[in-house]
Write a protein that binds this ligand. Structure first.
Ligand code: GH3
Ligand code: MG
Ligand code: MG
Ligand code: MG
Length: 299
C-alpha cells in the first residue's frame, strides 16, 4: 500500500486564488497547481493525484468540461473533484454534482471549511483505494489474484495484438500437494504456498510482468513482449528456485522436497484469437509436465 502523503491538484486560472488555496492545504498534502484545464488534465495523467479542486470559470476549457474529461477517462475517473466557484446559483452547483463532482464550494469560503471538506473526501478516497487493492490481491500470498490476472491478461493481449508482439504465460502447479496437506497439515500447506508465492515474486523483475495466484496451489505469470525462449528460461529458473527452497516433502513421489510442474505458452496474438488460447496451451503443457514425471517445465 502506498503510504506517501496524499496529493491535491488545484486548478484555477487566477494565480492569486491558486496561491490562497495552496497556502491552506500545503502543510498537509502534496500540492500540484494548474492554471488551465489542459494543464490540469496533463497533470492527472502524469502524476498520482488523489483529489482535484477545480475552478468553474476559466478561459478555453471550463471546469465542467475538465470534470467531464476526468470522469470519462478510466485512469482518472475515481479521483474526487471538488468545484470551487463564485457562481452561487443552485443550477451551477447541481450541474457540477451531476457530472460527477463530489462537492461544490462557493467563493468566498472559510479556509477551515475547505480544509475540512478536503480532509473528509481524502479519507474516503484512502479507504476506497484500500478496498480496490484488497479486491485484486490474494490474501494468503500477497500476489495478484485471479481477477487481477484476468484483467491484466486481457490488457496485455490487446497491447500485443496492436504491436504485433509476443506474449507468454507460465502456469505452474505444486506437485503432490494433496499429500503434502494430508501429511503436514493445512497450516503447513498454507505456509508452503506463501513461500512458493515469494519465489515467484522474486523471479519476475521486469515492469509489466505479473505473478498471480491462479487458484488453489496453481500460480500463473504473464510475460509481455517475451518470446518462448525467454519464458522458458524464467520458468526453469522458477522450478529450480522452488526446488532449492528444500521444503521437506516426505510423501512426494518425485523428490524429498516440494517441487512444481510448469507449463509455458507463447504466441503473437491475432485478430481471430482470444486470450483463453494462451491459458489452454499453458494448461496442456502443464499436463505434459505432470505426465512426464513432474518437477519439469514443458512447452
Ligand atoms: P498433482 O501433483 O497432480 O498436482 O497432485 P496434487 O495433489 O497437487 O493435486 P490435487 O489437485 O489433487 O490437490 C491439490 C490440493 O491443493 C488439494 C487442496 O486441498 C490443496 N489446496 C488448494 N488450495 C489450498 C490452500 O489455500 N491451502 C492449502 N493448505 N491447501 C490448498
Ligand atoms: Mg476562474
Ligand atoms: Mg492443481
Ligand atoms: Mg498439484
Amino acid at each position: 500500500m502506498n503510504l506517501e502523503r496524499q496529493s491535491v491538484l488545484i486548478v484555477d486560472d487566477s494565480r492569486l486564488n491558486l496561491m490562497f488555496m495552496k497556502d491552506i492545504l500545503k502543510d498537509r498534502y502534496k500540492i500540484f497547481c494548474a492554471t488551465s484545464g489542459k494543464q490540469a488534465l496533463a497533470i492527472t495523467m502524469a502524476e498520482r493525484v488523489d483529489l482535484i479542486i477545480l475552478d468553474v470559470t476559466m478561459p478555453d476549457m471550463d471546469g465542467y468540461e475538465v470534470c467531464e474529461q476526468i470522469k470519462k477517462n478510466p485512469q482518472t475517473k475515481n479521483i474526487p473533484v471538488i468545484f470551487v466557484s463564485a457562481m452561487e446559483e443552485e443550477e451551477n452547483e447541481a450541474k457540477g454534482l451531476e457530472i460527477g463532482a463530489i462537492d461544490y464550494i462557493i467563493k468566498p469560503f472559510n479556509p477551515s471549511i475547505l480544509k475540512a471538506r478536503v480532509k473528509n473526501h481524502l479519507e474516503l478516497k484512502k479507504y476506497r483505494d484500500i478496498l480496490e487493492k484488497l479486491s485484486l490481491v490474494d490474501g494468503l500470498t500477497g500476489l495478484a489474484n485471479r481477477r487481477y490476472f484476468d484483467e491484466v491478461l486481457d490488457k496485455e493481449w490487446r497491447r500485443a495484438l496492436r504491436n504485433g508482439d509476443n506474449l507468454s504465460i507460465i502456469l505452474l502447479d505444486v506437485d503432490f500437494f494433496k499429500k503434502y496437506n494430508d501429511h503436514y497439515g493445512h497450516l503447513a500447506g498454507d505456509d508452503c504456498l506463501r513461500q512458493v508465492g515469494n519465489v515467484l515474486k522474486d523471479s519476475v523483475k521486469r515492469a509489466g510482468d505479473l505473478a498471480a495466484r491462479y487458484g488453489g496451489e496453481e500460480f500463473a505469470v504473464i510475460l509481455p513482449s517475451t518470446p518462448w525462449e525467454g519464458a522458458f528460461i524464467i520458468a526453469e529458473k522458477m522450478r529450480r528456485n522452488i526446488e532449492s527452497l528444500q521444503i521437506a516433502h516426505q510423501v512426494s513421489e518425485v523428490s524429498s522436497y516440494v517441487t512444481i510442474s510448469v507449463g509455458v505458452a507463447s504466441l503473437k496474438p491475432e485478430m481471430d484469437m482470444i486470450p483463453d488460447i494462451l491459458i489452454r496451451n499453458a494448461d496442456d503443457a502443464l499436463y505434459q509436465a505432470k505426465r512426464n514425471g513432474r518437477n519439469k517445465v514443458c512447452l
